[in-house]
Design a protein around this ligand. Structure first.
Ligand code: SAM
Length: 258
């Protein structure tokens, strides 16, 4: 999600939804409102998947260990944003499910996917990292692309997020996940809160992230400690990209539910 910020294009009407909204704390409301405004402003943007999502789902690499038989399998695009990666998952033949922070954002994404030339229909439900609205063992694959580390507040527990993701995945199912690496632009200047939690300072360019609390990951050892209670068989990829002066640095990993 690294498109330049754009002026909001106007607020579509989202009345009449019967969907259940996930529980949230007072402290996180600003951050969720900022994301909602962002997606409302992106309403007409093109949908194109992240290059490393393409590589992971389609590529053959020496250290990548994930079966690539996707047709008819259930995938959850957790915090799918405006559905840019969901388009690829559709092309791969998955049965499509996903989450976003509230019904308004879910509706933006459903409509964008239906407006796509391929008329993509996806089951997108409101859900947060600690409360995913699906039954146990429902999914064969999950994609959590730059999302699992968004914390409820400074008391948030990343291991609870990991357990919740593992809960809705079937035993043997695969999680594809990315998180910012320490040199990533989004972490610059953040305040340390202890226990690897940080509070972001988005600065003038990324002000919408101001105050958001992340669980920051130091390295793959840290990742495997946190995820290793529920997952095994880790494949690792590091992205280090100086993108016209914007450092994009991420850890990407694929792991299997134990
Ligand atoms: C960096 S964007 C990534 C979106 C999408 N996966 C993509 O690659 O385009 C982070 C996403 O996390 C969602 N988000 C913010 N707080 C969250 C939370 N507490 N739980 C789950 N998702 C959250 C935002 O709405 C946003 O869509």
């Amino acid at each position: 999600m690294f498109r330049p910020a754009r002026a909001p294009l106007g607020f579509p009407a989202f009345g009449g939804s019967e969907a259940t909204e996930p529980m949230r704390s007072v402290g996180e409301t600003d951050s969720l409102n900022a994301w909602q405004a962002y997606y409302q402003g992106l309403n007409d943007a093109y949908l194109f998947p992240n290059e490393y999502v393409v590589r992971t789902f389609l590529g053959r690499y020496p250290g990548l260990n994930m079966p690539q038989d996707y047709a008819g399998k259930r995938v959850c695009d957790v915090s799918c944003g405006d559905g840019r990666n969901t388009v690829l998952l559709h092309k791969l033949g998955f049965s499509l499910h996903g989450t976003e922070i509230n019904e308004a954002v879910c509706e933006i994404t459903r409509r964008k996917l239906l407006d796509h030339p391929q008329r993509i229909s996806a089951d997108i439900r409101p859900g947060l990292n600690w409360d995913l609205p699906f039954e146990d063992g429902f999914f064969d694959y999950m994609l959590s692309w730059n999302a699992i580390y968004y914390m409820r507040d400074a008391d948030g527990d990343i291991r609870g997020h990991v357990r919740e993701h593992a809960r809705v995945l079937r035993p043997g199912g695969h999680l594809v996940c990315s998180v910012p690496a320490p040199g990533c632009f989004s972490l610059a200047g953040a305040d340390e809160l202890g226990d690897d939690l940080i509070r972001l300072r988005g600065g003038p360019k990324w002000g919408m992230l101001d105050g958001t609390i992340y669980r920051r990951f130091r390295d793959f050892g840290d990742i495997e400690q946190v995820f290793g209670g529920a997952f095994t068989d880790f494949s690792r990829c590091t992205i280090r990209d100086d993108c016209y002066g914007l450092p994009l640095e991420y850890f990407v990993f694929v792991c299997r539910k134990a």
